[in-house]
Design a protein around this ligand. Sequence first.
Ligand code: NAP
Length: 251
Amino acid sequence: MNTMKKVMLVTGASRGIGAEIALLAARSGYRVGVNYLNSESAAQQVIKRIEQDGGEAVALRADVSKSGEVVTLFEQLDAAFGALDVLVNNAGVLANFRVDTVDERNVVDLFSANVFSVYYCSREAIRRMSTTHGGKGGVIINMSSVASRLGGLGGGAAYAASKGAIDSFNLALAKEVGPEGIRVNAVRPGLIATDMQNIHGGIAKIEQLAETTVPLGRAGSAQEVAQVALWLASDAASYVHGSIVDVAGGR
Ligand code: NAP
């Protein structure tokens, strides 16, 4: 085991933004935990690309909305790579339902995937990284969305509220664990061209929407979000804490 290399866990790294963060992290010298839920072959593709570039990564299946699965996920990462340096709470789902159609299942599922998962993963990371727990410090990055301040697209009230919760959590967690050597920040993407947009008609539709609603006139790429996450993880952002960085083309 190469203990000189830092270790990063990226949740939801089989596709989209998470996959790009994992790929860029490996190229930047991290050993990477690639968490996924359903897309096993996509996660294996991410691992293959990292290994072809001479990097180290391990694919770890876990539903991060389930507390017990998160415990196992972190134990598996411990066994594979040892002490954790950076957690990226990236996994998330988009949903499209009006508030007058809410039932217990759809709203609980959304908040479990987008909010409770962040508590469970942060809990495990803090237990390993906090100087109070004998750790050497670290970094937590939370994936928010501009939906938290714009209200999201149609049917997006629950999604927007879940990301609003992430913005508040980010600030509170920064206060809680900053004195224990853990830097906490969030990335707040706008319209990014990933599969997540299928719920709103796909990437072509989002590109069209971006022409008129985004000051830069286009949707962003997953790589453009990944670059900001890697910067926040790095020592170049050593005094950035409790911040939310918009990656939204001015939207
Ligand atoms: P995506 O392409 O749909 O990918 C979502 C990823 O999350 C997949 O790897 C998926 O894994 C994983 N995932 C979902 N639920 C999970 C769970 N319970 N446990 C473990 N993994 C889970 O989405 P994306 O566009 O890359 O979005 C990534 C993050 O950025 C999300 O938090 C999203 O809210 C945020 N964001 C995206 C945009 C955008 O425009 N795309 C804008 C703002 C914010 P499997 O495929 O293996 O199931």
